[in-house]
Design a protein around this ligand. Structure first.
Ligand SMILES: [Zn+2]
Length: 472
């Protein structure tokens, strides 16, 4: 495909000396999804996509066009459409986009897997999802809704552009999750757990469903007898997966280069500023093998690398694609963050695998440091405004902390406040890093629509002072 792309690129009527740029991205994917709810298989689907995305930058304006299939004539016509669109827009652009035309990459990444998804039948995958849901459903009559979901996707991107990039990148993502809703009188509780990978199905097959799904259902039922969460400002210990969600949603989105460029972020123009305790370092590292949020090359053909965002409390970098790395004045390292969900979308800066690095305190020391407050566990959705830096996250449950000890369980809790306040008010970072505590789907859109993206996140337990606690 790369040679076909190159031949088509060679016919593009553009002015390379003036900085014009065109990329052609060939995309194929196979995706299966199975959802089982209350004993029934629902939403069983299989999708195969094949097509080409073309991004053209002419006179500072972007044009984007896509086409299904790999017909050479169609691709050439689509490229010309993208170029025409960009030319048409160029007289109206207020802040002309630029790409450094020196950046060119060559490489090939093959999908390396433990258990090949092709070696497991659809029936076996369905059975896994059915077994997970059945264990949850049969645990207790207080479980009023039980659900499991299996998803898998294997994709290939082949990218050529007028800078000279030639990259082929294979990639897979796999996830199995269980969800339970329990009820007693007016009290309703939602809990979930999942296992995910980008390296094949082995970790999913090895997930002990009897143990994990019984524990999940038990957590949901036990929480019904927990006391209501206290509310108000207090000191907290935050569990690993909630740390992962917080650092992704409340902080990570603000570090994406397009948000910085548009000044839609509370951390724009803050490179070099101290934003957190010295012991806090935040990174996004898609190079860690096997994680759901890991990948070798982005959708623009740039190799990924470990990106430092906060190092020892200081803001040091942003997540960039070709455009933002060219246009930003600081924090502008090109670091392979330009991702697109499929060929129907333009790439933009996205996270991969975001986490807070390991600290030095034990869990007991964090609890003692807090003294009196709450221990919040497991996120269940939330809300973030990256511009204002405000957030709210529900917690699936937690415990009171009294006189330096974890005591009685609490339910329907959550945390809210200003993103940077949490980082500034961090009083301890744990030594129990769980690097993939949160495996989710990140939502973000651009001119070409909403693009769900697989991500992972995590961190150690952290302790923070004066956090607004309570359910909503
Ligand atoms: Zn997100």
């Amino acid at each position: 495909m790369l040679d076909l792309g190159q031949q088509i690129l060679d016919t593009a009527h553009i002015n390379r000396d003036a900085g014009d740029f065109v990329s052609i991205r060939f995309y194929t994917s196979k995706e299966n999804a199975i959802m089982v709810r209350r004993g029934n298989a629902e939403d069983v689907s299989s999708e195969r996509l094949e097509g080409v995305a073309i991004q053209a930058l002419i006179n500072g304006a972007w044009g984007f066009a896509s086409v299904g299939g790999f017909d050479a004539g169609d691709i050439r016509e689509t490229m010309n459409t993208a170029i025409k669109m960009a030319k048409g827009m160029s007289s109206r652009v207020k802040n002309p986009a630029k790409i450094n035309t020196e950046w060119a990459f060559e490489g090939k990444n093959e999908f390396s897997h433990d258990l090949d998804p092709a070696d497991m039948s659809f029936e076996e995958k369905l059975e896994l999802a059915q077994k997970a849901e059945k264990i949850i459903r049969e645990y207790d009559s207080k479980i009023i809704n039980s659900m499991s979901r299996f998803t898998e996707k294997v994709q290939r991107e082949e990218i050529v552009n007028t800078n000279g990039t030639r990259v082929s990148n294979d990639y897979g993502i796999f996830r199995l999750s269980g969800m339970a809703t329990s009820r007693q009188g007016d009290i309703i509780q939602n809990v979930s757990d999942s296992v995910a990978s980008s390296g094949g199905l082995q970790s999913i097959v090895d997930w002990d469903l009897d143990e994990k799904m019984n524990a999940l259902a038990k957590r949901g039922v036990d929480l019904l007898d927990a006391e209501a969460s206290p509310t108000g400002k207090m000191d907290v210990v935050i569990e690993n997966s909630l740390v992962g969600v917080y650092i992704h949603e409340a902080f990570g989105h603000g570090s994406e280069g397009d948000a910085i460029l548009a000044k839609n972020s509370n951390i724009a123009d803050q490179i070099g500023n101290d934003l957190a305790l010295d012991s806090v370092s935040v990174v996004d590292d898609p190079t860690i093998k096997g994680m759901r949020g890991s990948f070798a090359y982005d959708s623009e053909g740039t190799p990924t690398e470990k990106r430092d965002i906060i190092r020892d409390g200081t803001l040091v970098g942003y997540l960039n694609n070709l455009t933002t790395a060219t246009m930003l004045e600081s924090g502008n390292t090109l670091n392979g963050a330009g991702r697109a969900t499929d060929y129907r979308h333009m790439s933009m800066p996205r996270m991969g695998h975001t986490y807070i690095e390991q600290g030095e305190m034990s869990f007991d020391e964090l609890v003692q440091e807090v003294g009196n407050g709450v221990y919040l566990q497991n996120s269940y959705g939330g809300y973030v405004s990256p511009v204002k830096g405000e957030f709210f996250f529900s917690s699936q449950g937690g415990y009171l902390i009294e006189d330096g000890e974890v005591t009685r369980p609490i339910r329907n809790s959550g945390m809210s406040g200003l993103t940077l306040d949490v980082l500034k008010n961090t009083i301890g970072v744990g030594n129990d890093l769980m690097i993939d505590a949160f495996a989710g789907v990140c939502g973000k859109g651009n001119l070409t629509g909403y693009q769900p993206m697989p991500v992972t996140g995590g961190g150690p337990h952290i302790a923070a002072r004066d956090i607004m606690v309570g359910g909503k």
